[in-house]
Design a protein around this ligand. Structure first.
Ligand code: IYR
Length: 232
């Protein structure tokens, strides 16, 4: 690769590096922001009862822009998001997902798994896949395809897409929307229904909308800081 170097204030510069935009905050402000963020994110709950009320698509677009900033392997950005609002396509997804889920709940799932799920009150019926205003199908690009149609290696794709999904869910929550991380298994039907290529593996189906009024959620709690972290 060719570098065209110049000097700025005696420092060698080239276009491959640009100055970091970093806002240095005072410690009180850092503390205030961290507390404010925690107080907001701890209210995020997985919702399974969605209202059919429309949501502003611009909010979803901004959340996806945020997800697209995720750190990832060699900046290959190995993700693709399909935002589904079309009723017929949502119906197709519901039918295919419920078929997988019936198989899971009635045949495949071991008793221990069913017991672990029982506090959540889930079953094979997934009406929200049809009635929630937006589904975001997240695909993991296992590899890329270059201009010549050849395979391009991608790195840490699962980790990268997982981080992007975390940012996506957080951004939607911060914007005032509820989500459900839904993972019917296997989800291969999503490639067919959404017409995605073979290098993309369905990673997550994120249901997005407003919760139904008076929605109840499982009475479960999160582990404490001492349970999840050590300081050495
Ligand atoms: N995919 C099923 C089962 C399920 C599995 C886990 I692990 C969960 O945390 C929740 C549900 C379903 O969506 O019902």
């Amino acid at each position: 690769m060719l570098f065209f170097n110049s000097t700025k204030n005696g420092v060698e510069m080239n276009d491959n590096f640009i100055p970091l935009e970093f806002t240095l905050l005072s410690e009180p402000e850092m503390f205030e922001r961290s507390t404010e963020f925690y107080n907001s994110i701890k209210k995020r709950r997985t919702v399974r009862d969605f209202s059919n009320r429309e949501i502003p698509l611009e909010i979803v677009k901004n959340a996806l822009r945020s997800a697209g900033t995720a750190p990832n392997g060699a900046n290959m950005q190995p993700w693709h998001f399909v935002v589904v609002t079309n009723k017929d396509i949502k119906h197709k997804i519901r039918i295919a997902a419920e078929e997988e889920e019936r198989e899971f709940y009635n045949i495949k799932a071991p008793q221990e798994w069913l017991d672990d799920l029982s506090p959540l009150g889930t079953d094979a019926s997934k009406p929200f896949l049809e009635y929630a205003p937006v589904l975001i199908a997240v695909f993991e690009k296992k590899y890329g395809i270059n201009e010549l149609g050849e395979k391009k290696k991608y790195y840490y794709t699962k980790e990268s897409v997982g981080i992007a999904c975390g940012i996506l869910i957080t951004a939607l929550h911060q914007s005032g929307l509820a989500t459900l991380t839904h993972t019917p298994s296997p989800m291969n039907f999503l490639n067919e229904v959404l017409n995605r290529p073979a290098n993309e593996k369905p990673y997550l189906l994120l249901v997005v909308g407003y919760p139904k009024e008076n929605t109840m959620v499982p009475n479960i709690s999160k582990k404490s800081l001492t349970e999840i972290a050590d300081f050495i």
